[in-house]
Design a protein around this ligand. Structure first.
Ligand code: PEP
Length: 254
């Protein structure tokens, strides 16, 4: 499987011109990209403009609602995103959980995204305090159990699901989880996910697991080649075209 590199622009940049400039700089360099899949998730308001600049970069959103349409002021539905050309959507990012998003809401969003034929990237991760207290595995297991409720062994749903392990203490801090530590989590998640993907059959496709948290061009390959993740979720470093391009090149040429 080609590594999947997902850029989460979060609430940046502040003008459409800057968004187009950033997208175009990356796009130019990705023209001959073969060995990895790159997804850019800009803020909602730039999606329709960026759609027309599409190349072999895939488009993703940073969140979605769980209903298709109706009286839900301010919400964006998975169907709207699909109809705009999005293929992916981030769900349950810790910055949204911090604003009050619950596992129950995340579960509904994942189901809605999958029904709209989007590929949800479900973010899970422990806080620094939970890690210190030795609760990392317990927290992750609970998040997966609650966020994926009713999805177990349903091939129709699970074939498009992606998981991103994002330790909260590593996001935006410049303090990444060491690949050796991240590998322990990766192996644990694989074990937890085994019954979910039992419907895929032995040796077939695995649910991809990405690592996210202070990834840069220096440490990117270690998560893929040492820790065995299937890709990366990149925040801060995806806003610097040169750094992001360097990272994609390094991962793709390995
Ligand atoms: C993120 O917010 O998903 C993230 C990984 O951010 P950063 O790369 O800046 O740590």
């Amino acid at each position: 499987m080609k590594p999947l590199i997902v850029a989460n622009w979060k609430c940046n940049p502040t003008t459409l011109q800057e968004a187009k400039r950033l997208f175009n700089s990356v796009k130019e360099e990705m023209r001959n990209l073969k060995n990895s899949e790159v997804v850019i998730c800009p803020p909602f308001v730039y999606l329709s403009n960026i759609q027309y600049l599409k190349s072999n970069i895939k488009l993703g959103a940073q969140d979605c609602f769980w209903e298709g349409k109706g009286a839900f002021t301010g919400e964006i539905s998975p169907l709207m995103l699909k109809n705009l050309g999005c293929e992916y959507v981030i769900v349950g990012h810790s910055e949204r959980r911090k604003l009050g998003e619950t596992d129950e809401m995340i579960n509904k969003k994942i189901k809605a995204a999958l029904s709209a034929k989007l590929k949800p990237i479900l973010c899970i991760g422990e806080t620094g305090e939970e890690r210190k207290q030795g609760k990392t595995f317990k927290v992750l297991k609970n998040q997966l159990k609650n966020d994926l409720k009713y999805l177990i062994s349903n091939i129709y749903y699970l074939k498009s699901l992606i998981i991103a392990y994002e330790p909260l203490w590593a996001i935006g801090t410049g303090n990444p989880c060491e690949p050796k530590e991240a590998k322990k989590v990766y192996l644990f998640l694989r074990k937890i996910l085994a019954p979910y993907q039992a419907c895929f059959g032995a040796g077939l496709k695995k649910i991809p697991i990405l690592y996210g948290g202070s990834v840069n061009s220096e440490n990117a390959t270690s998560y893929i080649h040492e820790a065995n993740f299937q890709g990366l979720l990149v925040g801060g470093a995806s806003l610097k075209a040169e750094e992001f391009i360097k990272m994609v090149r390094i991962v793709s040429n390995y």
